[in-house]
Design a protein around this ligand. Structure first.
Ligand SMILES: CC(C)(COP(=O)(O)OP(=O)(O)OC[C@H]1O[C@@H](n2cnc3c(N)ncnc32)[C@H](O)[C@@H]1OP(=O)(O)O)[C@@H](O)C(=O)NCCC(=O)NCCS
Length: 181
């Protein structure tokens, strides 16, 4: 399973990626707003092994993929498109994106997320793609807006961050909005 964008290749993860997955998901800046950093390489190996079994589900619902910078063949991030109720026509999906800090601010997350959204609407034919983040995660919210998503909800005092309550925001884009935009 692969998706090509201008500068990136999105592809299924494989066992050999476990080291890169550990580097990404144990990075304290990448995991700053997220719950569970990977504590060990063994954890990342088990994580990838579980993904490999999830890829085989029929119908497939998990499209968590490595983001490879084509020019250098380097794994710079991981993105996920997860289909809710994939056996239904017009299903819903959620996306997430995680990148190594040295690659932030270069448009890679937006490019990868747009590629996933295109795949979701044009190939999988889902009806809605959503995502959410803590409101203080400005980079993530900017990616959502740049992908044409609009805010649908804000949950007050959703979590504690740096000793303070912070809100969670939810964004989404509908199939009709994608095809009319
Ligand atoms: C959120 C994340 C994926 C954004 O990655 P990125 O590669 O910097 O995204 P892009 O380069 O596509 O940037 C999109 C826009 O956000 C802006 N941006 C990125 N980080 C920002 C920040 N902390 N504050 C303000 N703006 C920010 C960029 O400048 C860019 O705007 P521009 O195109 O107008 O210059 C990245 O910061 C990350 O991996 N964070 C940790 C994991 C995470 O929180 N994921 C989200 C879970 S939903």
């Amino acid at each position: 399973m692969t998706i090509n964008t201008k500068r990136l290749l999105l592809r299924d993860l494989c066992e050999e990626d476990a080291g890169s997955v550990y580097t990404l998901f144990s990075n304290k800046d990448t995991m700053r707003y997220l719950d569970l950093p990977h504590p060990s390489i063994e954890h990342s190996q088990a994580y990838v092994a579980e993904l490999l079994t999830r890829y085989l589900e029929t119908p497939r619902r998990c499209y968590e993929m490595a983001v490879i910078l084509t020019e250098t063949n380097t794994l710079i991030g991981v993105v996920n498109l997860d289909i809710e109720h994939p056996y239904l026509k017009d299903a819903r999906a959620c996306i997430d994106y995680y990148f190594l800090p040295e690659y932030w601010g270069m448009g890679y997350a937006t490019e990868a997320a747009k590629g996933l959204i295109q795949f979701g609407f044009e190939t999988l034919e889902v009806n809605k793609i959503a995502t959410g983040t803590l409101k203080c995660n400005v980079g993530s919210e900017t990616v959502m807006k740049k992908c044409g998503m609009t805010q649908e909800a804000e949950f007050k005092q959703h979590a504690q961050f740096n000793g303070e309550w912070v809100n969670r925001i939810e964004y989404a884009i509908l199939k009709c909005e994608y095809f009319s935009g």
